[in-house]
Design a protein around this ligand. Structure first.
Ligand code: FES
Length: 161
């Protein structure tokens, strides 16, 4: 994938902005994720060229933290918790239901770019297990039966937008 010159410039500017921080990589990656929505390998190479940080190190950080993404995410990111408290309350079944209804697996995005499903770790809402979130909005005690309705809410919101 060829990166547009303005993106190369934008990434280099972000690298320069944080160059003098004690540990610049997290700040650089956070700023790039926020600005562009994802951090593909080509962009990691640009960061490496600018900062001297090895690509392997950058890749390690991007893939370790779930809030960084190698691929573009959908407009609505559905995060279903697979932490212990949620898992024992059948959160896997909630993921399966989203997968069936949206036709994608966890980690994938629908072709229309609307939805991404993510299996996530504990979001600190264990008392509300099984918990999930969509773009940060937390849904408590979700059952597979509610999934269709939740998807419809967002589709309706899109249709009205
Ligand atoms: S384990 Fe799911 S919110 Fe804590």
């Amino acid at each position: 994938m060829a990166i547009k010159p303005e993106v190369v410039k934008g990434v280099n500017d972000i690298c320069d902005k944080y160059a003098n921080e004690p540990s610049p990589l997290m700040m650089i990656l956070s700023a790039i994720q926020k600005e562009y929505g994802y951090i593909p390998l080509e962009v990691q190479q640009i960061i490496s060229d600018r900062t001297g940080i090895p690509v392997a190190e950058i890749y390690g950080v991007v893939t370790f933290y779930s809030f960084f993404s190698l691929k573009p995410k959908g407009k609505y990111v559905i995060g279903i918790c697979l932490g212990t408290a949620c898992f024992v309350k059948n959160s896997q079944q909630v993921i399966d239901k989203f997968s069936t209804l949206l036709g994608i697996k966890a980690g994938e995005t629908t072709k229309d770019g609307l939805f991404t499903i993510e299996a996530i770790r504990c979001i600190g809402a264990c008392a509300l297990a099984p918990a999930m979130s969509i773009n940060g909005k937390v849904y408590p005690k979700v059952t597979p039966d509610q999934v269709g309705k939740i998807i419809d809410e967002y589709k309706k919101m899109e249709a009205e937008a």
